[in-house]
Structure formats: C-alpha cells, structure tokens
Design a protein around this ligand. Structure first.
Ligand code: FES
Length: 338
C-alpha cells in the first residue's frame, strides 16, 4: 500500500510506503523538508496535517507538545501516514540544495587506518554511484548494533563510488568500537544516504571560513576539496582545532593544499600541546585562532562550523561578536555517533 502526501505550498507529491515516515520518503524522492536530528527530538521537522489520517509515531513530548498535536502538527521524521495526506510545511527551500535522493548501498571496506589515536579513516567502495553535496552525511548499519549511525562524508562528491569517513572511538560505544576493533578490509556494510542540510552555499560568492574541531573535519574536508577541485576563486580559510599534534589529523593534506592553492589558508590551533610537540602555531581554542587571525572582524564572510556542541557554541558567539549575521553561519553540531 502506498499513500500520496501532497506538500503545500509547493504542490510536491511524495509517495509514502506503508510504515514509512514522511521524512524518509521525502528524502528518498529528493523533496525538501526541514529536519535536523531525524529521530523525534529536535522539532525541526514540524509539519501540519490539514487533510487525512496520520500516526504521530515516536515524537518526544519535548519536540511536539500536546497543544500542537491537537492542532494537527506532527514531526515528519516520526509521522507515518494512514491515508493520503495534505500537509503544510515550511518549505523555504535553500536555492543551493540539490535534493539528491537517498538510496541504499552496500559498501565494501577497501581501507581502514588510524588518522589519530582516536580517529579511524575508513574508505567504502559502493556498489552504485552516489550523488551528494559536500557536507552531507550517510547512515551506516553496523552488525549487531540497533539502528544506524551517521557519519559525514569526507571525500569529494566527484568520487561517486568511494566514500571516506572519519570515525572517532567513543569509549563504550557499540558502533564505533566495532569499527575500531573489528571492522576489516573486505567487510561489507549497509549504507544509506545522502542526508543533511549542511552544504556549501555556492551561489553566495563571499569568501568562506571553515571552523572544525574533533572529528568534525570530515564535512569541511569534503567541502574544501570540492571548491578547490572546481577552481573556485573565493578565499577559503580552514581553522582546525585539536588538543595536541597527534590529534591534528589530516594536517599534511591541508598543508599541501595551502601550498598548491593561493586562495586556501590553513590555520591549525592546539589547546593542549604536549612539550614534545614543539608546537609553533596558534595555541588556544579554535574560535580564538579565528578571532586572532581576523582581528575579530568577520563581516562579509560565510562561515561553516562543524564539531562538538561546545566548540560550535563558542564559535557562533565569536562570529556574531565579530559582526557576522546568524544567517551567514551554517553549522553541523557533531554529536559523535557512539
Ligand atoms: Fe528532529 Fe524530526 S528532525 S524531530
């Protein structure tokens, strides 16, 4: 059984299979609906059902209040149609969103290596081409682990078959422990994607600042490789934060890119360098490195932030204090998959 969901005001029609959520169907058909967490906790994907019957699913009471439920509001990531529906959504579609449909893939591990003491780099060879925008992510199904885990794609979109992912080991986390301790070259994982609304706004010609911390380097890596490959003329700045030199992974890649491209600038920052690191670069948090470099003046740039929530919060505050409008800051709060 398939239901038709008509999205107002765009008039898009989504075919939703029995038991499928509205958001999953929309993503697989390349229809824009706003979302963030994808599992009923953030409330970003609220839509209003104006006609038809729907099961609200596992929406948390924080994300969807009773009063909203009474008014026909549901979460697209949880709601399952029980008839044809008409919905109203805030479909302020970003003009740079390409809407590549989500698909399922089998990915064979062709490379797995230590990038830092806590981060593995993983390359998956897919059984079909994937189209994605730099900055987006895929979901992996890990054997023996319930549900899926999200990992941002670190490779560039022109590599349609080979996906590079960065996986930080979360102590006690079943999925990342499996990847770090058991996954081997030749193993196959189920992959779905692409997902996400973190991508480069290429139609905006302003120079760009990337601020990355933790294993949040993957999306910026893909976005930067993509821009440089296209010969993009804007100035591109990457601020990478890490604790010490051993955690400053992919440093050689970015140093090399900075030598090859006059419009790319790489500024690493360490907040706890070891004595043995002999660190001569910026010492402090990554947002402080950006403040120092730009003398606290960020107006006229576009900024992309990717990393753990405390890093993002500090960077947003610094950028806004430096007169960058909130609308020019795009971010991916990288809550590490366990
Ligand atoms: Fe977060 Fe649906 S996307 S609640």
């Amino acid at each position: 059984m398939t239901y038709e969901v008509t999205v107002e005001p765009t008039g898009d029609v989504i075919e939703v299979e029995e038991g499928q959520t509205i958001l999953d169907a929309a993503q697989r058909q390349g229809v824009w609906l706003p979302f963030a967490c994808g599992h009923g906790t953030c409330g970003t994907c609220k839509i209003t059902v104006t006609e038809g019957d729907v099961d609200v699913g596992e929406a948390s009471s924080f994300a969807l209040m009773d009063i909203e439920r009474d008014e026909g509001v549901v979460l697209a990531c949880c709601a399952i149609p029980e008839s044809d529906l008409t919905i109203e959504a805030d479909v302020d579609v970003d003009p740079d969103f390409l809407g590549h449909p989500v698909q399922d893939y089998q990915g064979v591990v062709t490379d797995i290596r230590d990038l830092s003491p806590t981060i593995k780099g993983l390359v998956l060879q897919l059984d079909d081409d994937i189209a994605f925008q730099a900055g987006q992510y895929v979901n992996l199904h890990i054997p023996g682990v319930e549900g899926t885990r999200a990992f941002s794609i670190a490779s560039k979109p022109s590599e349609h078959r080979a996906l590079e992912l960065h996986v930080r080991l979360v102590p006690g986390g079943a999925a990342t422990s499996y990847i770090h301790e058991q996954l081997a070259v030749g193993d196959t994982l189920k992959v779905s994607g692409p997902y996400g609304q973190f991508f480069t706004r290429k139609s905006d010609p302003r120079d760009v600042i990337f601020i990355a911390g933790g294993s949040g380097l993957s999306s910026p890596q893909s976005m930067i490789l993509d821009l440089l490959e296209a010969g993009d003329p804007r100035q591109i700045y990457l601020f990478q934060g890490a604790r010490n030199v051993s955690e400053l992974y992919r440093r050689e890649l970015f140093e090399e890119l900075a030598q090859q491209h006059a419009n790319f600038f790489y500024i690493p920052a360490l907040n706890e360098p070891e004595d043995s690191d002999g660190w001569q670069g910026f010492q402090g948090f990554v947002h402080e490195a950006a403040q120092d470099y730009f003398d606290n003046k960020f107006n006229g740039y576009k900024a992309y932030l990717c990393g753990p929530p405390p890093m993002i919060d500090a960077a947003v505050t610094a950028l806004i204090q430096g007169r960058l409008f909130e609308r020019d800051i795009h971010m991916e709060r990288f809550v590490t998959a366990a």
